[in-house]
Design a protein around this ligand. Structure first.
Ligand SMILES: [Fe+2]
Ligand SMILES: [Fe+2]
Length: 244
């Protein structure tokens, strides 16, 4: 089975539509979402509706989702992020609000583990180093573990008899492991931070235990225009052009 693994949509519906179309063209109909559907972007409601409408979906809560539903205080966010969360709060009602409010922080299936940040701190820890990967070892069991939050396409690996390793995942770079323990971050759909403005997403092949990251072109200017119309902070719109 192939899973479409994506994360950090952040209210960017133009980017999400492009990624979902990419999955459709590639015959992917099962999905894993690592959280942060809302925050930063101009269409939080549209994004929650589109994600919640996906048929076969595993999804966890991100810190921006938690803040949008009042589970996390705004004091933990910088001024621009907090303003975008307040915007999302005003937009989310009814079913979309219920969906976001009821997301779990951690999921373990027979095939994978799923968290937003890290297994030991699902809503807050940014997984970036081999040391963190090693320190999280006791907090999860089923490999691979899918993560988001840092917006960096990355993998973490511990092979039998080896030492923990990590590196960035470049587009079309396939990485697989049948024996070791792996974590995969598909990067961010709607707010990339690795210098590539295209939407990032992943495909996990469960039979081959292989993960691959893809970059998908979307209409960045359309999202930026919408951000201007709803008066979200300019900096958040500008950074979409550079992907930083
Ligand atoms: Fe995020
Ligand atoms: Fe996050």
């Amino acid at each position: 089975m192939k899973y479409g693994v994506f994360s950090d949509v952040h209210g960017n519906y133009e980017a999400l539509k492009a990624v979902l179309e990419f999955y459709r063209k590639n015959g992917v109909a099962d999905f894993v979402c690592c959280g942060d559907i809302v925050g930063y972007g101009p269409q939080p409601l549209e994004c929650v509706e589109a994600v919640s409408g996906l048929g076969n979906l595993h999804i966890v809560m991100g810190n921006h989702d938690g803040a949008a539903v009042g589970r996390i205080e705004l004091k933990w966010f910088n001024a621009n992020a907090a303003r975008a969360i307040e915007f999302a709060r005003a937009r989310l009602t009814g079913k979309a609000l219920d969906f976001l409010s009821n997301l779990p922080e951690k999921i373990e299936t027979a095939t994978f583990t799923l968290v937003h940040g890290s297994p030991r701190k699902p809503l807050t820890e940014y997984m970036l180093s081999e040391r963190q990967f090693a320190d999280n070892a006791d907090a999860w069991a089923v490999s691979p573990c899918f993560i988001g939050h840092s917006h960096m396409p990355m993998y973490f690996s511990l092979q039998p008899g080896g030492i923990p390793e990590t590196d960035f995942l470049k587009p079309m770079m396939r990485i697989s492991s049948a024996a070791g323990r792996m974590m995969f971050n598909p990067g961010s759909v709607g707010q990339p931070r690795d210098g590539d403005p295209r939407a990032a997403c992943g495909i996990f092949d469960a039979e081959k235990k292989a993960f691959e990251v893809y970059r998908v072109v979307y209409d960045v200017e359309a999202t930026q225009r919408l951000m201007g119309e709803v008066k979200l902070p300019e900096l958040l719109a500008e950074r979409l052009s550079s992907g930083y």
